[in-house]
Design a protein around this ligand. Structure first.
Ligand SMILES: Cc1ncc(COP(=O)(O)O)c(C=O)c1O
Length: 395
């Protein structure tokens, strides 16, 4: 059989399908958000180590609602800046823009593809409301200096863990450090619910608001009787069932997604262990003269192998890509989210930064960084074959 390595493989199991079939056999069921969604949220909170989780229809929706929550809770309107990495997914930045905040960009480290702490601290000023960190491609982006400085300066930490389910800083999972954290269950991630995302927090008020924002801004979604009673009294002229508190949309998920999620969660720890072993084995054999291998793997849990060239020559990079095509190795250039967000057209009228030289590391990843698939059932001999192909490419 011809050699082939895809970005993701076999992410739905037979057990997932059995669970869905069992769900569908029930008579008179609600397939829209209902009991299974609640069960998945509770199980996810327990797995992660937070009090509350809200299941939504994508990681992007989780991003958007999280920043909308900040907007609702922010009493000081002069605080309108949110610091973000240049290497992230587009929805992190768009959530900020669409909620009327200003994104302030910082460069990344090559060793964890996350925000450079020194730069973050330099860019904090009296307008800074929050830091929206992305734990990119399974790497931890946190450190004590960042956590302590944010605490001291009373700046919110929001964590995007959409690419790093199960990765840790010290002995705690990523997504438990911030005021709010986000996960994505898109097909190519550590686990899937077809499409889906999660908003997690230990704060009861934020949790209740996240459920309101998930579903049309409707007051009753909070399931807080005393709060609802007060609102009904306040808005006497409204139907108690239809009190819409904030402008938002419908970001709900459904019972099929939740059923798959509950089932997938059972295997997440085991699968993550395999992914981490795969990644360390991959790095050990990769030619360090040609590729960057000095990643901080402590606590990491990667659903993809980052492949960052040491060469800075576009011709050589193009040759590298040709070899991957020839050997049927599926890849994405730019690592998380296609590289430097500052180069994307959607930002051209919003951020007028032209000096890309100030963003040295993300620029290198933008032009010479890649990722290829890392999934739990990847065998050692296949990893060796991939490494052999990569190492034999002549630079
Ligand atoms: C870091 C990050 N944030 C957010 C998202 C958005 O997730 P979704 O595709 O579920 O909308 C992604 C998607 O891959 C991501 O990588």
């Amino acid at each position: 059989m011809k050699f082939k390595h895809t970005l993701m493989n076999n992410n739905y199991t037979n057990q997932d399908m059995i669970a869905v079939r069992k769900l569908l056999k029930n008579r008179n069921i609600m397939l829209t958000q209902s009991k299974k969604v609640e069960e998945f949220e509770n199980k996810w909170s327990k797995w992660l180590g937070v009090k509350y989780s809200t299941f939504v229809n994508s990681g992007s929706s989780a991003n958007y609602i999280s920043i909308s929550l900040l907007k609702i809770l922010n009493k000081n309107k002069n605080k309108n800046e949110i610091i973000v990495p240049t290497l992230t997914w587009v929805s992190d930045i768009n959530s900020i823009i669409m909620n009327g905040f200003k994104p302030i960009f910082v460069d990344i480290n090559l060793f964890n593809l996350s925000m450079n702490t020194e730069e973050v601290l330099k860019k904090i000023n009296n307008k800074t409301l929050a830091i929206f960190i992305t734990h990119a491609q399974g790497f931890n982006g946190l450190n004590d200096e960042l956590i302590q400085s944010l605490k001291k300066k009373k700046i919110h930490l929001i964590e995007d863990v959409c690419e790093s389910h199960g990765a840790k800083y010290k002995d705690k999972k990523l997504g438990t450090y911030g005021l709010i954290s986000n996960f994505s269950f898109y097909y190519a991630h550590h686990m899937t619910t077809i499409e889906g995302g999660m908003i997690c927090t230990n704060n009861r008020k934020i949790y209740e608001l996240s459920k309101i924002l998930r579903s049309h801004g409707m007051a009753r979604e909070a399931k807080n009787n005393s709060y609802e009673k007060k609102l009904i009294k306040k808005y006497k002229h409204l139907s108690p069932q239809f009190i819409f508190l904030y402008p938002t949309l419908n970001f709900r998920n459904n019972e099929i997604g939740a059923t798959i999620g509950i089932n997938q969660l059972k295997n997440l720890n085991k699968n993550n262990l395999s992914r981490t072993k795969n990644f360390i084995f991959f790095l050990k054999h990769l030619d360090s003269n040609k590729y960057y291998v000095k990643f901080e793997t402590k606590g990491s849990c990667n659903y993809a192998f980052p492949v960052i060239l040491k060469s800075k020559k576009i011709k050589k990079r193009d040759y590298f890509e040709k070899q991957l095509f020839k050997n049927n190795i599926e890849f994405r250039r730019g690592n998380a989210g296609g590289g430097n967000q500052l180069r994307q057209p959607y930002l051209k009228d919003i951020v007028k930064i032209k000096n890309f030289k100030n963003f040295k590391n993300v620029e290198h990843v933008h032009f010479f960084g890649y990722y290829i698939g890392n999934y739990p059932d990847l065998k050692k001999d296949k990893i060796l074959k991939i490494v052999e192909i990569l190492n034999n490419i002549k630079f």
